[in-house]
Design a protein around this ligand. Sequence first.
Ligand code: NI
Length: 138
Amino acid sequence: MKGITRFGVSLEEALLQRFDDHIHRRNYTNRSEAIRDLIREELVREEWRQNSEVTGAITLVYDHHQRGLVARLLDIQHHYHHIIFSSQHIHLDHDNCLEIIVAKGNAATVEELYGKLKAAKGVNHTSLAMATTGKITD
Ligand code: NI
């Protein structure tokens, strides 16, 4: 960590009590650590809102027997090959596949990719973990 600055925060007692309960449940050892994490999380959300360069992990669960689905998912991914860094395919059981796609690019493009994969008929679950390139949060 670079130079550290201390600053005071004023807030209502009840709100502070709720925050302390929250950080206790999350196993933080002190308020500063919890506040640092909140600030970083907000800065990452802001990167996505501002359409900055971001990273994200898209998770899909689907039944590969669904007609045309595997080809459709591959078509979409090839269309976005410039932002896809890696993809991992796990055969969960006889029918179900889990795929994790790691993307890096402008937030809007990553969300567009996510939206297309999510909309593919037969995909049973999708999630997008919105992450950062790490430049603003170190
Ligand atoms: Ni599979």
